[in-house]
Structure formats: C-alpha cells, structure tokens
Design a protein around this ligand. Structure first.
Ligand SMILES: C[S@@+](CC[C@H](N)C(=O)[O-])C[C@H]1O[C@@H](n2cnc3c(N)ncnc32)[C@H](O)[C@@H]1O
Length: 299
C-alpha cells in the first residue's frame, strides 16, 4: 500500500463536467480523479469539488495540470497527504445495495432480497460494484433486452472488472457461452471469486465464464470464441471509439452490443463510430450524466 496525496479545489458544475471530459481526452493523464458534490452544512448549499488523487507527492507540474482543469480562474487548491490505505477496497466498504431492473446487487454483509435477482459482489480492487451509474445502467439495459425477447447464445463482456455484468447476463441467459476480459490482470482472481460467490462456474462451456486478460479484442481466444451475439463494453468513450472496428467484426449480423462509460456529451462521437462499424441504435438510457447504448449490427 503506497502513500497517496489528494489535491482538492472547489469548482462550478460546468468545470466539473469539463474536467471529466479532459480526463477522458488526455491520454498521458496518470491521476485518479474523483468528482464530488459536497453539501455545506449551514445553508445546505450543494457545492462541487474536483478531487485528484496521486500516487506521489504532487510536483509543480502536477499542480499546474490540476489547476488547468479550472476554466479561467486561478483555483484555490489544497493538498493533503493521505494515510496508507487501499483506497479501492476502502471506497467499496459499507456501500449500500443497489437495485437495477430485476437485480439486487449487494455485498455479502447485506441480506438477500427475496423478490429480486441477487448478485453478490464484495469489495475488491476491481471496478464494478453496481454503484456507478454506468454499471447500474448496463444491468438495466440487459434486463430490458431480455424483456424485449432478445435471445443470447454467445456473449462477451469486455472490461469486465468484477465480472458483475457477465454474472447478470448469465442470470438472464443461463445457457449462454460467456467470455469475459479485462486489460487488468488483477480482475482474474476477483472474477473467479465472484463467480464462486454467485454460483457460476469458470469454464468454456454453456453457462460458464471464461476469462482472458487482454486489451480490447486482441487475444486470439477472445477472437476465436466469436462471433458474439451479445457484446458488453463499459469502458470509456475514447477506447470505445477506437475499438469500434474490432467490435464490428466480433459481433454477428443481427447481434447486439451494449456500450457504456460515455458521458451524454460524448454520445454523438461514439454513435458515429459505431454507425461506421455497421451498428444502428436500438435503445438508449441516460443515468445521471452517462449514456448507455444498445446497438444492433446490421445483417
Ligand atoms: C468502468 S470499468 C467497468 C467494469 C464493469 N464491467 C462494470 O460495468 O462495472 C472499466 C473496465 O475496463 C477495463 N478496461 C479499460 N480499457 C480496456 C481495454 N482497452 N480492454 C479491456 N479492458 C479495458 C478496466 O481495467 C476496467 O476494469
């Protein structure tokens, strides 16, 4: 567990949104940025802060990069050294269960819901507890697809994180082949643990989950198991646009793709890239600032 630092500055909502976009656009950015709304106790005013977390003591260049996130004014920034903590696990502890479509996503500490499809996801270093609007939106979109009569035999979840979306999809389509992938090898153990917790089996057969570590569609196993009739990708707008041609090849004619990780303001660019790759829009959901797209490949 390394030391970490946090730089905080109050911002307008417009600055917060611009900062989110900048974060997505700047490739060499190596900070974790948290955008938070803060309630000031006395007058219940909602203020926004930009919090930037760094794995090192901020240099002058780091501070300039953070200051550049604030439009036309010199922001007042405060810098704080944080105690050594595993922040990913810490941030996931004690989170409340969420409901999305028929799903109830909870940690093992919370009781099961009798009238929902329970998915158990403990705190881990991988992304995907259901708390984020994009994850919850994808679960709701998958449930909508099932309600609309979509049948899935061969699916892949790219950027699976905790494996939550794949586990949800397997509840909706229990006989499907399911390949999951992530660029981050830490997800392998997390996916295995979460599969076991949710009664799923790791394997290459129907109703099982096969995990590969790869960037996008690069892995030969991921390619060989296609074409997919459902591909799920909750990543970010930039990689989604870059991956559009590969995803276009990986999805069968008439097949489906669910995309998330794009802000509503980035939807146009993502939809254009996927139109060029042979997809048309079937449905869209908006959850907070985020868009979740269901697209269908032309036959
Ligand atoms: C926003 S998280 C989504 C996790 C989970 N699917 C969910 O919906 O909560 C994005 C995940 O995509 C992975 N990722 C980012 N870029 C990727 C790429 N080019 N190929 C595969 N995975 C990628 C990240 O490591 C991360 O686990």
């Amino acid at each position: 567990m390394a030391d970490s630092w946090k730089i905080t500055g109050f911002a307008s909502k417009a600055e917060v949104q611009a900062a989110l976009l900048a974060h997505d656009e700047v490739e060499e950015w190596d900070f974790d940025m948290v955008i938070a709304g803060r309630e000031v106790a006395e007058d219940r005013l909602l203020e926004w802060v930009i919090e930037v977390w760094l794995p090192r003591e901020p240099t002058a260049a780091d501070k300039r990069a953070v200051a550049a996130l604030f439009a036309d004014r010199a922001p007042e920034l405060s810098t704080e050294k944080l105690p050594p903590t595993d922040w990913v696990i810490e941030s996931q502890k004690g989170v409340d269960p969420i409901n999305a479509g028929p799903f109830h996503v909870r940690t093992p500490e919370h009781p099961a819901s009798d009238d929902a499809v329970n998915l158990v996801i403990p705190a881990s270093q991988a992304f995907g507890t259901g708390q984020h609007a994009t994850t919850a939106g994808c679960l709701a979109m998958l449930a909508l697809m099932r309600r609309e009569g979509v049948m899935v035999r061969n699916a892949a979840d790219i950027g699976t994180g905790t494996g939550l979306l794949a586990l949800g999809a397997l509840r909706l389509w229990p006989r499907a082949l399911m390949t999951v992938s992530d660029i981050d090898p830490i997800c392998v153990g997390v996916v295995e643990d979460n599969a076991a917790l949710n009664g799923a089996t790791i394997g290459a057969g129907r109703g099982e989950m096969l995990m590969v570590v790869t960037d996008g569609m690069a892995d030969p196993v991921l390619k060989a198991r296609g074409p997919y009739d459902l591909l799920i990708a909750n990543i970010l707008a930039r990689p989604l646009i870059e991956l559009a041609p590969d995803f276009g090849k990986a999805v069968s004619g008439g097949g489906h793709i669910v995309l998330a990780g794009l802000l509503a303001t980035q939807e146009h660019a993502v939809r254009s890239a996927y139109r060029r790759a042979g997809f048309r829009l079937a449905r869209r959901l908006v959850n907070g600032d985020w868009s979740i797209l269901w697209l269908r490949k032309r036959r």
